[in-house]
Design a protein around this ligand. Sequence first.
Ligand code: DAK
Length: 258
Amino acid sequence: MAYEYILSEKLETGVGLIRFNRPRALNALSPQLMGELGEALQAFDADADVHCIVITGNERAFAAGADIKAMANASMADMLTQDLIARWETIHHIKTPIIAAVSGYCLGGGCELAMSCDMIVASESAQFGQPEINLGIIPGFGGTQRLTRTIGKPLAMEMVLAGRYLNTEEALAHGLINHVYPVETYLEEALKLAAKVAAQAPLAAQLAKEAVNKALETSLHEGLYFERRLFQMLFASEDQKEGMTAFIEKRAPQWKGK
Ligand code: DAK
């Protein structure tokens, strides 16, 4: 499918690759771009050959935020009634694991989108920030919530109140990102990690993602109960039988996604 602001490609490794393609606007996340991203994500999620998704930008910018020019004249009523939020929310309904491959600016909605992915692989030039305060607003897609749960209150406060950026060393130290690589190789490394995820039993990967995400939203007691139920459910899958039989027979498993 042809899009205007993203490029979408299915790789032989079972990875779906989505690249933002608005370089002149530092990949500002306009409503159209977010609509296209949502469609591409849903298409990959429904594709039986895709088992991990990578979202990336370019070397200079993952994304410098939501499109300020598209928002500048919006009223409160516009913000409440437009379907903008649904376009952004799509990513939270995707069952397939998603990796953000981030280089350069990862700001505002860009940072929030990256945090909505399941892992973040960064290039050495990546900079993470929630500078909405400089525009007279606050983050609106998780920048006060996901960020605080991940890096803790003191640093989240400084980012949200003072517009402080984090470099990759800080982001790594505070658990915001998984890995840092040189600019030349970060995407390749993100795709390698994605291929590793894509090679796992698909149902187990899907439920693992669901269970880990649940940990951020529930009590330990409820979370452990939820995890146990998913664990038990997997014993109804053909892939559980295959995985354990393959281990015993000392061979590689052949997953069916059933
Ligand atoms: N929106 C629109 N255009 C942008 C942009 C953005 N966020 N960021 C950069 N651009 C455009 C610039 O306007 C410029 O375009 P021209 O003037 O050439 O036409 C071009 O990209 C290059 O930018 P600069 O000339 O500014 O480049 P510099 O290297 O000098 O500076 C910069 C790079 C990243 C430091 C600077 O561009 C910058 O500060 N950008 C804005 C960063 C920012 O404030 N981001 C937060 C935006 S607010 C929600 C969902 C999402 C959100 C909220 C709610 N719901 C679903 C409820 C998110 C909100 C936000 O992200």
